[in-house]
Design a protein around this ligand. Structure first.
Ligand SMILES: Cc1cc2nc3c(=O)[nH]c(=O)nc-3n(C[C@H](O)[C@H](O)[C@H](O)COP(=O)(O)OP(=O)(O)OC[C@H]3O[C@@H](n4cnc5c(N)ncnc54)[C@H](O)[C@@H]3O)c2cc1C
Length: 466
């Protein structure tokens, strides 16, 4: 079977490639291949079981049409300064122009018209003053919040639109290998996701790989096997913090999401807040290698009494070791081991007191934690000294901006690790060193969020049709 374009992975970057081809009235024969289910069949059993049951062969939170976007908080960051390094590749002005174009597409499919973080300039000034006092940079970033339940509705509409427009999508199908001959991409080898049976080779002139954080490890293996030019990127090691809404009220109301960056002493690594969810819920995602990773999201309607956000510490390696994904995996394995395969949670005060947290102590505090199957324990025994010190010193700085942030009962969940650390060497047309092979989104190492991944797809669609 021969196609013009095969898109591997139906996350936002893959979806928006197909969507833009349709919008450009392309005659190309396009196939999308997705390891998981169609969005209408995606379901996390935890809704019923209340506990993560580690779904096999894959986690429904990260896998299926719309990728990690479906169960995400659906916060579209509307500034080129947020969401990855793509502006370094295509230019800041181009990136901002594409954000506006892509945002309009989300609006056409029903995104909320309200943009957070545009008003309250006096209140923003106050927050910035405190950030400066604390040695932190406040990044201006308007946010369009889809909300978890609305994000699913929007992606369902996009799925229907693509299918109605003649885009072929093979669900429950995994791409095992890319067929490359003489430095030219020829096609892909597929099989059933669940059984790994029914292997088949499919051919196309253009292969677009958009496999997300979930597929970053697989793509790294492909790079090694087929000599696809790549380099080691940054690994982000961190925790998810959960506190009462009362503490975060001002920042939540004024900015919705505070994007703060610092370089705390003594190591001066970049440490930042990420993915803030007012009234949100802490969540768990599972990777193929059985790693349990913490995350967070929030609904548009259903709200908790807490706010959660990630604090991520960025690390690079050079020599003799330059395998950031492997490093992140080892840290996650250690934290998972101490949690007996579950997410660990510890009170900030217990870390300062040099002790683990016990389950009964979680029941004594004001915060009713929103990840009930997390297990109380000791993160400091598993997270390496450097990222741990970075996180603790950043929390102290955050306390200047948000008094009470470094409260004794503030909860820290781990591990929160971002596996986008293999970076594919691309030019501004997203060409790799292999003819006909393009890489997009989080798996390419150039994006870290919904908007950047989506706009990378839009630009890919435009390039393919030009
Ligand atoms: C709980 C949660 C909350 C989040 N909240 C936000 C937020 O509020 N704002 C924000 O900007 N970002 C958020 N993110 C991150 C955001 O979802 C991702 O940055 C974005 O989805 C990346 O898009 P992508 O297309 O690169 O990859 P993905 O969305 O990860 O999609 C990749 C797809 O490829 C498929 N795939 C992988 N390997 C293969 C293979 N070999 N064969 C076939 N298919 C394959 C996967 O099943 C998946 O569906 C959140 C993520 C999570 C998990």
């Amino acid at each position: 079977m021969k196609y013009d374009v095969i898109i591997v992975g139906a996350g936002p970057s893959g979806i928006f490639t197909a969507l833009e081809l349709v919008r450009q009235n392309s005659n190309k024969k396009v196939l999308m291949i997705e390891q998981g289910r169609s969005i209408d069949r995606r379901y996390c059993p935890k809704e019923k079981t209340k506990k993560c049951v580690s779904c096999k062969p894959y986690c429904h939170i990260t896998t299926g049409f719309s990728g990690a976007g479906a169960f995400s908080d659906g916060k579209l960051s509307l500034s080129y300064e947020v969401g990855g390094d793509l502006p370094n590749l295509i230019g800041a002005d181009k990136a901002q122009e594409l954000i506006e174009y892509t945002d309009k597409i989300y609006l056409e499919f029903g995104a909320d018209k309200k943009v957070e973080g545009l008003e309250n300039t006096e209140a923003v000034k106050e927050i910035r003053k405190k950030a400066i006092e604390a040695g932190l940079k406040l990044v201006d970033c308007p946010i369009r919040h889809l909300g978890t339940e609305k994000a699913q509705e929007i992606y369902l509409k996009i799925q229907k639109y693509l299918l109605d427009s003649g885009i072929e999508i093979k669900f429950d199908t995994v791409v095992e290998d890319i067929i490359i001959e003489e430095k030219t991409a020829k096609g892909v080898r597929i099989s059933d996701s669940e059984t790994k049976k029914n292997k088949e080779d499919l051919y196309a002139d253009t292969i677009v790989v958009s496999t997300g954080r979930k597929g970053a490890d697989w793509l790294k293996d492909m790079c090694i096997k087929h000599d696809i030019s790549h380099c080691a990127g940054t690994v982000d090691i961190g925790v998810r913090v959960e506190i009462r809404n009362e503490i975060m009220e001002k920042v939540n109301n004024v900015l919705y999401e505070s994007k703060l960056i610092g370089y705390p002493a003594p190591f001066k690594n970049k440490v930042r807040t990420f993915c803030q969810n007012p009234g949100g819920f802490v969540s768990q995602e599972n990777y193929d290698n059985n790693l349990a990773i913490v995350n967070g999201h929030s609904y548009k309607e259903r709200k908790s009494d807490n706010t959660n956000l990630a604090i991520l510490s960025s690390h690079n390696f050079s020599e003799p070791f330059n395998q950031p994904i492997e490093y992140g995996k080892k840290v996650a394995e250690l934290v998972n081991m101490l949690g007996n395969g579950r997410i660990l949670v510890q009170r900030y005060g217990d870390i300062l007191d040099g002790k683990r947290t016990w389950q009964k102590e979680l029941d004594q505090i004001n915060i009713k934690h929103t990840l009930p199957d997390a297990v109380a324990g000791d993160l400091t025994s598993a997270i390496p000294y450097r990222p741990m010190v970075n996180i603790l010193n950043f929390i102290k700085a955050m306390n200047v901006v948000v008094p009470g942030f470094a409260g004794m009962e503030t909860l820290l969940y781990g591990p929160e690790i971002k596996f986008y650390s293999n970076k594919i060497n691309l030019n501004e047309k997203f060409d790799t060193n292999i003819k006909g092979l393009h890489c997009l989104g989080d798996s390419s190492g150039w994006t870290r969020g919904l908007m950047m991944a989506s706009l990378m797809g839009v630009r890919m669609g435009k390039i393919l049709e030009s």
